[in-house]
Design a protein around this ligand. Sequence first.
Ligand SMILES: *Cc1c(COP(=O)(O)O)cnc(C)c1O
Length: 347
Amino acid sequence: MVKADAYGLGMERVAAALAQALPEGALFAFGVAAVAEGERLRASGWTGRILVFSPLPPSDYDRGADADLTLCLSDIDAVELWAEAGTRAGRQLGFHTEVDTGIGRAGFAWHQAALWGAEVMRRAAGRLRWEGCFTHFHSADEPDLRPTELQCERFEQALAALPAEPAGEPRRLIHAANSAGALRVRGRRWDLVRPGIFLYGGTAGAELQPEPVVSVRAQLVLVREVPPGTTAGYGATYVAGGLERWGTLAIGYGDGLRRALAPAGGSALLLGRRVPLVGRISMDVSVADLTGLPEVEAGEVATLIGNDAEEEITLDEVAARCGTISYEVLTGLTARLPRLYSPAEAT
Ligand SMILES: *Cc1c(COP(=O)(O)O)cnc(C)c1O
C-alpha cells in the first residue's frame, strides 16, 4: 500500500525501493486510494498493476482507464461506470470487488453476495475483467481478535455465495489482510496481503516489531542560558525554574511536529540523551531544555523520532503521546520537511 504518498514518505521513492527489494513475483500490485495517486505512480515509470482502493467520484473513471488502473468497486453503479469507461477506452478493464464485512465505509454487503454477485457478473460479461474480491479488517490490531474472526467468517460466507468464474477465466484473487491481519490472523489462506503501516515502521498490534524506518530530525539553531522566570512559547506556559539552558529547534507544527506532543511529555534526543520539549510547539520552531547538556551547541542535530546512540523515540511513542496513531503522525509530516533516503542521502 503506497496510498497517501506512501504514508507521507514519498510514493515514487518508496515504490521504487519496494519494487527493487521484493523478490521476483512477490509484488502483485501497488495500492493507492485515488486516481491522482495512480497517475503519479504511472508518471514515475511503474508499469505494473495499480489498485485504487477507495470509491471514486464519477468524473474519475475515464482518467482511471487512461492510466490503466485497476479499480476496487463497491456498488453496481460503479461497475456500470467502469464498464462504460472501458467501452470508451476500447478495452476490457479489470476490477476487484470489495465486500463490506463491518468497515462500513465501502464494499458490497457481505450478506447479499448472491444477489450482487450475479448482477456484477451480468454487467461485467464481455465488458470487464472481475479479477479479485476482498474485504478490509477494522480491528485486526486490537488485542481481541474475535471481531476480526467474525469478519473472516462473513467474508467466507460471501465468497461461498458468489457465482463461480465463467469457464476458462482465471480464478478471482482473494485478499483481506492489512499489516495487522497479515501478522496476526491465523488459519486463513488467501491469495494476497495488503501491508501498509508495518512497512513504514509502525507497530500493528503484533508481537513482531517493525524495524524503525522513519527518523525525524531538526537542527538546533539557537542555544541560550536563561535566568529563572524566563517563559517559553505562546501562552508562556513554561517558566524556567532556575538558571536553565534552552535550545531552539528548527522544527514546528508547520513541519508536522504535532502541538499535542510538548505538553504530553514529548522529548528530543541530543548527543544520545533525552531532553524535554518545553512550552508550546510553534509553527516553525520548538524549544528543548538542554540544562543537563552543557556541551550541546547550535548546529547539533536533534532527533524527534528515531535513534540517537542508545536512546530511541519510536514512531508509536510519539503517536501515543499525541493521542493519535502512527499513520496520522507519518501522513502529517508536511512538504516543508525534506525527505532524505538512506543510505544515499540521510546523514
Ligand atoms: C490502508 C489500507 C491497507 C493497509 O493498512 P495498514 O494497516 O497500513 O497495513 C490495506 N488495505 C486497504 C484497503 C487499505 O485502505
